[in-house]
Design a protein around this ligand. Structure first.
Ligand code: SF4
Length: 696
């Protein structure tokens, strides 16, 4: 709901939707509990958005005052009982007592927590600290597990750090864009506009995507090549690109000699005939001649940049594919200056920050492994605890251990894991098997159906802290109104830790950032005062880069020399069969966001009231399906129903849907296949059958 009227003050803050991280000037009326937002104005001085915004950031904030918002802690004895409103003290005591009882019976490793990429850095930091210091284990994971964990692994292996290499402004210097597995028009709209501006100025774009997305052809923009890579064959595709560049002598020998290692082994691997465009054409569905032309265009640049999204990471070879993209950039010397690089388009507002803050079971803040004694010692001495040197459980391991009976308690912060994680049936079985599930969120959701303690959360309008966007930019999030639930989320987490016997407290969120800066070299120069003075900064911010780092790996890679990794293609086991002859892939739409918890509670729902299944005309005709028919979508793990949309945006053999509505439950059909290195689910490849619902 857009509330009109004259504002009495303005507050600069950051959009809480996607990883572009647009800055807004919130125009506000009133004070205290009577505060209301008059309108959100894109801030012209915002470095990420330069005064632009999309329909989500500008209009879809009404969820913060939606009637579904829960404002009081609630408990119940079993998941079949009605919720009872209780005091904060009672809810926190119940959590502390419950978690400690589980640990007394089943061991310290029997509980864990999931941090949220929707929350601030400071909130994520205290959640991982609570798990490590109060739970005494490393069973902390983040919803980034299911989206960009392969980016973390792949870029760390090749470049030495887990983040995109450029700032957004870098695209203004790009001659050739390789866009793969991303649909920025819908998922990162403000950056898509910037890409289009550059394309209209003469840059060229290669789009590798099974769908004919907007950037293939839109007003005044036409891709040089649309390469419809069949879902599940990305690594064969990227190897064929690199093979073409190497065997045609288009690689940058000086860059490889001066900046990279393991070069000879990689060159001999990639030159093998099985990696050629002609040998991989049948597998990938990309005509060899088109692929060769695209590879030559990328190699010619002179400034070529890679932009990618979840169509790269959410595969059984997601990490391999990220390394394949890094290889391509290194092969052609497209790294370490403006206009080039490898750029993951992060999905959620703070997925970069939540990863940076040590919310992985194997890493402390700043991507430092828990097994490194020196790093562990920093936290052990500061926090006064002993921390295990072994990594904890990842989210899918938590679920498996719960079903097996050894994992019994979970703190879920700002994520609806039942709707967003794959194979809903397995997630529900895991949660049902636990003794205590605590959900800390704005709304009762699919996951809270399995909780016995619910803690109300705060919206971004009530938060004080920072989000980090896809270009590593640390943006301030400033409170526009006081917490509607009487506490900040970081305070709640501190109180749980304290009730469990580990005293934890801060005066304010700025003090949490001070602790992050004191213990994390890449954040050494960050403070709220500096961010307020400078507007925003891109990490690393330290003595070597006191004002931040727009472009990384300029003279040398973070790991020293860039490492070329042989990327052997291994076909997914999620193969089509006669019973499941189509491949389902998934994505987002402009007006909705992820599981829709926020956008479905705004006027945006008018524009996308339901998820639909896009299907190619030939596949539809074969099944007697017309646009608007309700179809049954089945995989080897489950079945759901949704309306069909017959569309030639899809290639034959591939169907597509979004995942914004719980009633559709796209993840009822997605499987537990996952990336070999990180367990990121293979959301983008599910063998399915489609038929008209109730057809005989
Ligand atoms: Fe918010 Fe992303 Fe839209 Fe910017 S592009 S307004 S960050 S949803």
């Amino acid at each position: 709901v857009i509330e009109l009227g004259m504002p009495s003050r303005t507050v600069i803050t950051t959009c809480a939707y996607c990883g572009v991280g647009c800055s807004f000037k919130a125009e506000v009326q009133g004070s205290g509990d009577a505060t209301r937002v008059v309108r959100m104005v894109p801030w012209k001085d915002g470095a990420a958005n330069e005064g632009h915004s999309c329909v989500k950031g500008r209009f879809a904030y009404g969820y913060a005052s939606h009637r579904d918002r829960q404002l009081h802690p609630m408990v119940r004895d079993t998941i079949d009982d009605p919720w009872q409103v209780v005091s904060w003290e009672e809810a926190i005591t119940r959590i502390a007592t419950g978690f400690r009882a589980i640990q007394d019976t089943y061991g310290v490793g029997s509980i864990g927590g999931i941090a949220s990429s929707r929350c601030t850095d400071e909130e994520v930091y205290v959640v991982q600290k609570m798990v490590r210091a109060a739970f005494n284990n490393n069973n902390i994971d983040t919803c980034a597990r299911v989206c960009h964990s392969p980016t973390g692994y792949g870029l760390n292996q090749t470049f030495g750090t887990s983040a995109g290499t450029q700032d957004f402004a870098s695209v203004d210097h790009t001659d050739v864009m390789l866009l793969i597995g991303a649909n920025p028009t819908d998922a990162h709209p403000v950056f898509a506009s910037r890409m289009k501006r550059r394309l209209r100025a003469g840059a060229r774009i290669i789009v590798a995507d099974p769908r004919r997305i907007d950037l293939v052809r839109s007003p005044h923009v036409e891709a040089s090549h649309h390469l419809p890579v069949r879902p599940g064959t990305n690594v064969a595709f990227i190897n064929a690109m690199a093979h073409t560049i190497v065997t045609e002598g288009l690689h940058d020998e000086a860059f490889l000699r001066d900046r990279c290692e393991d070069v000879e082994a990689y060159l001999s691997f990639i030159a093998r005939p099985e990696n050629s465009p002609e040998e991989t054409e049948a597998e990938t569905g990309v005509p060899a001649a088109d692929l060769r032309e695209a590879a030559r265009l990328y190699a010619a640049g002179p400034n070529s940049a890679i932009y990618y999204g979840l169509g790269v990471t959410e595969h059984s070879q997601g990490s391999t594919m990220v390394m394949g993209l890094a290889n391509l950039a290194m092969l052609t010397g497209n790294i370490g200056r403006e206009g080039v690089g490898v750029n993951p388009l992060r999905g959620q507002n703070n997925v970069q920050g939540s990863c940076d803050m040590g919310s992985f079971p194997h890493e402390f803040p700043g991507y430092r492994h828990v097994g490194i004694d020196e790093v562990r010692g920093i936290y052990e001495s500061l926090w006064g605890v002993t921390i295990p040197a072994q990594p904890g459980l990842r989210i899918p391991n938590m679920f498996d251990s719960a079903v097996a009976g050894s994992f019994r308690g979970l703190f879920v912060h700002g994520e609806d894991i039942v709707q967003s994680d794959p194979n809903t049936q397995h997630v529900e079985a895991a949660l049902r098997a636990m003794d205590l599930v605590v959900v800390h969120d704005l709304f009762l959701n699919e996951t809270s159906r399995f909780a016995t303690v619910f803690l109300p959360g705060t919206s971004f309008l009530e938060k004080d802290g920072t989000f980090i966007n896809a270009e590593r930019r640390i943006n301030r999030v400033r409170p526009i109104m006081p917490s509607k639930v009487g506490k900040d989320e970081w305070q709640v987490v501190c109180e749980i830790a304290t009730a469990m016997g580990y005293p934890m407290s801060y005066a304010n969120a700025a003090e949490i950032m001070d602790e992050i800066a004191a213990t994390t070299p890449t954040f050494a120069g960050v403070s709220f005062a500096r961010l307020d003075a400078e507007g925003s900064m891109q990490w690393p911010v330290n003595d070597a880069a006191p004002h931040g780092t727009p472009t990384m790996h300029v003279e040398h890679f973070v790991r020293g020399r860039g490492r070329l990794m042989p990327t052997v293609y291994v076909p997914t086991t999620e193969a089509t069969t006669r019973r499941f002859p189509l491949v389902l892939t998934t994505g987002r739409i402009l007006t909705q966001y992820n599981v829709g918890a926020q956008t479905r509670r705004t006027d945006n729902s008018r524009w996308h009231p339901a998820d639909v299944l896009e299907i190619h005309p030939s596949d539809a005709e074969l099944r007697g399906i017309h646009t608007g028919d309700i179809v049954e979508l089945s995989s080897r793990v489950g079945t759901t129903s949704l309306p069909a949309l017959v569309s030639d945006r899809m290639p034959p053999g591939v169907v597509y849907t979004t995942f914004h509505h719980p009633i559709t439950g796209a993840n009822v059909v997605t499987t537990e296949n996952s990336d070999w290195a990180t367990n990121c689910p293979e959301y983008k490849v599910t063998a399915v059958q489609v038929r008209v619902a109730n057809a005989e």
